[in-house]
Write a protein that binds this ligand. Structure first.
Ligand code: EPZ
Length: 421
């Protein structure tokens, strides 16, 4: 298996261009199933997960060509049954359920497995489908949803952690061809939901309120083919900003949306890191000694859970006590024990991690566990003295396009090598 070998201590300098958003890609790619006409989606990140999503769409019968970040697709004739193994492997594929239900009035999909960060239930997705008139059956690890007709309805999709991002996406897509008006209350407000609504409207749908907790969808008869470019990946942008701050460097981040990063920029400023807009780019620079800050992850526009691990790596370097509280997932602290191997002093107290920052980190072999925890370990390795080997970096390749090449371009001494067993 491949790993990253990182020689830390080099401040990052230069320019990095952010790829398209992985979490915008899945719903937008799935939305192409809503029409039998050709669609073109541009600016997609070339990741194992996006290639996998393209494979799933092809397995449903769509004609698919995915090359150099562009998906050309025509879902002329499709079936409502996604291969059990394909869907179970990647949670993001759950968002094919809504479009298949809307287009075919029936869908059979495997229950997405939980993953290392939590149980990942989908009851809110199913609550939305049922509100539109679908009959739901769960057996043998599959979900069957079927409806003679989908009728617009008002529903509340708030759950234990506030809203659900893919649940909101799924129900929006199920509702665009329903009879009448659907109102989703306690909808997710993430930029990826706004991006999906933009694409649906270009296809001829009638979606308003995306980005707010109340989204209104007026059903239409048919959607036509369309072209779309996905938004930049705000989580990747945050990851590189934090890497620059952790290594005491200065970088310019191109193709990033500052308006999608307000909570992250606010916390970085509080930690004594400047993030300035300059001609559509972001210039990130630490302004002296890092300061400890308290962070709580929340639904958008709060601090994103997908940046929690990376922020922990930074705060391990900030002299003083920082408290990081994870409110979205039940077990998203897998990176803590690995950061401790690099010398970080972090104690978990229920949903919070108490970070006693300021001790210098020193390199060691560490194990990646989930996508964002892996990014946190890379950041810590870049800041640590000596060599850090991050194993199982296939987790990273799922969500970061050419991360090592981008980091090398910023001066990092990072190599992709075979894992020494
Ligand atoms: C999306 O996952 C993202 N993935 C996640 O990013 C992100 O962490 C998450 O939103 C929260 O922002 C994609 O977009 C592909 P949720 P999603 O439904 O939609 C609970 C990454 O690293 N919940 O918003 O699956 C759930 O258990 C990934 O890029 C229910 O209780 O997340 C969680 O505690 C990781 N019932 C909370 O809501 C449901 O029916 C948020 O989950 C659905 C969710």
């Amino acid at each position: 298996m491949e790993c990253f070998s990182i020689k830390g201590g080099v401040p990052l300098h230069g320019e990095v261009t952010i790829s398209g958003s992985k979490n915008a890609a899945f719903p937008v790619m799935a939305a192409t199933l809503l029409t039998d006409e050709p669609c073109v989606i541009r600016g997609l990140p070339e990741l194992s997960d996006t290639r996998f999503m393209a494979q799933i769409l092809a397995s449903l019968g769509a004609q698919v060509r995915f090359k150099n970040g562009t998906l050309a697709i025509r879902a002329k004739k499709i079936r409502g049954f996604a291969d059990y193994d394909l869907v179970r492997k990647m949670r993001g594929s759950i968002c094919i359920a809504g479009p298949l239900l809307a287009r075919l009035r029936q869908v059979r999909i495997s229950l997405p497995g939980g993953c290392i960060i939590g149980a990942r239930p989908i009851h809110l997705h199913l609550k939305g489908f049922a509100a539109l008139g679908a009959k739901i059956k769960i057996e043998g690890g599959y979900v069957d949803a079927a409806a003679k007709k989908l009728v617009g309805a008002t529903m509340f999709l708030g759950g234990r952690a506030g809203s659900t991002v893919l649940g909101t996406a799924n129900v929006m897509m199920a509702a665009v061809l329903a009879d009448g008006v659907t109102v989703i209350e306690s909808a997710a407000c993430e930029p990826e939901i706004v991006d999906l609504a933009d694409f649906l409207n270009v296809m001829g749908a009638n979606v308003s309120g995306a980005g707010s907790p109340t989204i209104t969808i007026t059903g239409v008869k048919k959607l036509h083919g369309a072209e779309h470019e996905v938004i930049p990946d705000r989580i990747e942008a945050a990851t590189f900003a934090i890497a620059a701050a952790a290594t005491d460097g200065e970088i310019t981040i191109k193709h990033a949306r500052a308006d999608h990063l307000r909570a992250v920029i606010d916390k970085l400023n509080e930690a004594n890191v400047s993030v300035k807009r300059s001609g559509g780019n972001l210039v990130v620079r630490r302004q002296g000694v890092l300061k400890p800050v308290d962070v709580t992850t929340l639904p958008y526009s709060g601090f994103p859970t997908d940046v929690q691990a990376q922020m922990m790596s930074l705060l391990a370097l900030a002299p003083g006590i920082s408290i990081i509280t994870e409110r979205i997932f039940e077990s998203r602290f897998m990176h803590v024990s690995e950061l401790a191997r690099l010398g970080a002093d972090i104690e978990i107290e229920g949903p919070s991690a108490i970070v006693k920052g300021g001790r210098p980190l020193s390199g060691a072999p560490v194990m990646a566990s989930d996508l964002r925890a892996s990014a946190a370990l890379v950041i810590a390795g870049l800041a640590a003295k000596g060599t850090t080997q991050v194993n199982r970096i296939y987790h990273l390749d799922r969500g970061y396009e050419n991360m090592d090449a981008k980091l090398r371009k910023l001066g990092a001494r990072i190599r992709r090598v075979e894992e020494q067993t």
